[in-house]
Write a protein that binds this ligand. Structure first.
Ligand code: UDP
Length: 234
């Protein structure tokens, strides 16, 4: 399968058309941004880590009955995926308070949440991905009731699967972001699952093993991405 016209270039990935109109090739870059594009840089071989890790996790999720866009890994930075129409929603699941939740609500980072939180934001860079809820989604027709129910069901199931998976790798799943798309009218999981989109803390030391090392200038960014991939592969 070869890449044709580039359809889209985002902050971390490029998406290409292929000869099959129902399939795209995603190419993962090393570029890194944070704080809605204010901080820019690169993390060497992040593209390789995120592509490889996403394919492993999407396969795991497929095996557990969650439909995903993943078709197959093509190379160290490229995957063949189903051509979906992305729902303009970011779905965030939180097990432990961190990041924007801690800031917004004054809850200390690391506080274990009594219940899992599901949060929606409107996927719009210009607006800085503002937080919304179900009422906004229906009022603005960002998704139907059926789609939102499916998204919620999949997101909680994915959380259960991934918490279990990461704990076996010595990592606590603090929070993560998901994106879903429509394929033949059905909701399926799309985008990526990687240290860019998950907060992962080492079980023994609570060391941050994710993009916060880049966001907060904590050092050993590349080494940590490689370490996460090594653990995921084992
Ligand atoms: N996240 C993401 N993309 C975004 C916003 C958040 O992948 O545009 C992930 C982030 O890595 C973290 C979780 O979603 O694992 C929750 O992020 P949060 O809302 O705390 O925002 P942040 O602190 O990253 O600004």
């Amino acid at each position: 399968m070869k890449k044709l016209e580039m359809l889209y270039e985002g902050k971390a990935k490029k998406v290409y058309k292929t000869e099959n109109e129902k399939q795209y090739i995603v190419e993962y870059k090393d570029d890194a941004t944070a704080f809605n594009g204010e901080k820019k840089g690169a993390i060497i071989d992040k593209g390789v880590v995120n592509n490889t890790m996403s394919s492993i996790i999407f396969q795991l999720l497929e095996d557990k009955g969650i439909p995903t866009h993943m078709i197959k890994l093509l190379s160290d930075r490229e995957s063949l995926v189903k051509a979906v129409k992305i729902l303009p929603l970011e779905v965030i699941i939180r097990n432990v308070a961190a990041g924007s939740m801690s800031k917004r609500l004054g809850v200390e980072e690391g506080t274990i949440l009594k219940e899992t939180v599901l949060e929606f934001s409107y996927k719009n860079d210009e607006l800085g991905d503002p937080i919304i809820n179900d009422y906004y989604i229906f009022a603005l027709e960002l998704g139907t009731k059926e789609q939102v129910n499916t998204v919620k069901d999949y997101a909680f199931r994915i959380n259960d699967i991934l918490k279990d998976f990461f704990i076996q790798k010595g990592l606590k799943l603090i929070d993560f972001k998901l994106e879903f798309g429509l394929y033949d009218g059905q909701v399926i999981l799309a985008d990526e699952i990687s240290p860019d989109t998950c907060r992962l803390w080492d079980v023994k030391t609570n060391r941050k093993m994710d993009k916060d090392r880049f966001r907060r200038d904590l050092g050993s960014v590349e080494e940590t991405y490689q370490e996460v991939l090594n653990r995921v592969k084992q």
